[in-house]
Write a protein that binds this ligand. Structure first.
Ligand code: A3P
Ligand code: MG
Ligand code: MG
Length: 383
């Protein structure tokens, strides 16, 4: 076939023909109707404690407490030296926590979709991954700086997608400046100023910020023909007991530099809101609470963004991103992966690779350093 390039709008590949070798990322190929994206349903959740241990419950879920003043003067630098425990980001957890959740909740999952499970180990979903990996796919058509590597394995008919750190990302991680290290703390500190451990109590800005702790939602949804199961960290929930059921009661917390010029506003709309929108739209989190800070890490204003209103907010920007391009590209990538990864084998990894201004390509690895499904999972799922 011409060019051997997976063409998004083209007819589906007949099962007998070899898969195409690459996928184009050009925006204009994905400017069509918004694909079907079913309302995400929370099928479960889990928590990671201060030592990163897994619990099949909501013990780490926090409650949003609206700041007293619109200009709260939160000092995000407070506690960086002395009351901060940082997660070791050299440790690569891959999909392990999600796989633990799947094993602990397998009966529930299979009950949900018995018609689709044809073999004993079939999960009834096409894709298992982290929300963050899908966020990267959604923003790919607009990304000009950072590439990605995604490892994919098919087992029991389900495709598992797990990120591999690129060489460039590893270099950046190992060479962060002291200023950048501190600024990465600020986002978590903002959460501490605004989140409480239960619906009755107040935030405790005098406590320790420990970035090992996390509450993760597990949602199921469908993007066109792709049945997805993914997990993502949730910062907090609405504390009103009458709030809607999850994920509609969840709130994403963000910090950003205060906006003082039209140029800064435009950049905020064109670059930051893309990432914010993609991250929360995927799991159906409806709101973002943003703390705008100055250069010294003092929050000078707090604003709420409704995910459903972001596309309106950005419409007047020239050269702006489009939600439909993000979703159509992600959908096409998943179709590409399905057509390429046909061997059902936990020891085989197809490594999909993308760099800015290039097509998506892949390589195949058998029993390599890239294999990521742990023996305890494979054993349990195939027994
Ligand atoms: P901000 O985004 O407010 O700066 P999240 O917003 O996804 O809940 O993440 C919480 C905080 O973790 C972020 O707060 C930021 O400080 C840090 N963080 C998240 N992703 C990061 C990344 N890719 N690189 C550096 N820091 C990151
Ligand atoms: Mg978070
Ligand atoms: Mg956040």
């Amino acid at each position: 076939r011409p060019g051997q390039n997976h063409h998004p709008a083209g007819p589906s590949t007949p099962p007998s023909s070899p898969p195409t070798q690459s996928l184009s990322v050009q925006r204009q190929l994905y400017e069509r109707d918004f694909p079907l994206y079913k309302q995400p349903v929370e099928v479960g959740h889990f928590s990671l404690d201060s030592e990163r241990r897994f619990f099949n419950d909501a013990r780490q879920l926090r409650y949003y407490v609206e700041p007293e003043k619109s200009c709260p003067n939160f000092d995000l630098r407070d506690g960086y030296r002395g009351r901060f425990v940082k997660r070791d980001d050299r440790v690569k957890e891959k999909l392990d926590h999600i796989l633990r959740w799947i094993l602990a909740n397998r009966s529930k999952l299979q009950l949900k979709d018995t018609a689709a499970s044809s073999s004993p180990c079939a999960l009834g979903v096409d894709i298992v991954t982290w929300r963050g990996h899908l966020t990267k796919l959604l923003t790919t058509p607009y990304e000009t700086r950072e590439g990605w590597l995604l490892a994919v394995t098919r087992m029991g008919g389900t495709l598992y997608i797990s990120e591999v750190e690129t060489e460039a990302a590893r270099r950046d991680r190992e060479n962060r400046t002291e200023r950048h290290e501190e600024m990465m703390y600020w986002g978590y500190k903002f959460e501490q100023y605004t989140c409480a451990d239960d619906a009755q109590s107040l935030p405790d800005p005098g406590g320790v910020v420990n970035t090992n702790e996390a509450f993760c939602t597990v949602v199921q949804t469908r993007l066109a023909e792709h049945r997805l199961l993914f997990s993502g960290e949730v910062d907090c929930r609405d504390k009103d007991p009458k709030a809607p059921s999850p994920p509609a009661n969840y709130i994403e917390m963000k910090t950003s530099l205060e906006i003082s010029t039209p140029k800064q506003r435009s950049n905020f709309h064109r670059f930051k809101l893309l990432k914010w929108w993609a991250q929360s739209f995927l799991p159906g989190v409806p709101r973002i609470v943003a703390g705008f800070r100055d250069h010294d890490g003092v929050v000078v204003s707090v604003e709420t963004y409704h995910i459903s209103k972001i596309s309106q907010l950005i419409k007047n920007e020239t050269n702006c991103w489009k939600p439909t391009v993000c979703m159509n590209f992600c959908c096409e990538f998943l179709s590409f992966v399905k057509s390429v990864v046909t061997e059902d084998n936990p020891r085989v990894v197809h490594l999909f690779s993308w760099d800015p201004h290039r097509d998506v390509t892949y390589s195949i690895h058998r029993d390599s350093q890239y294999s990521f499904l742990p023996d305890w999972y494979v054993k349990e799922m195939t027994s």
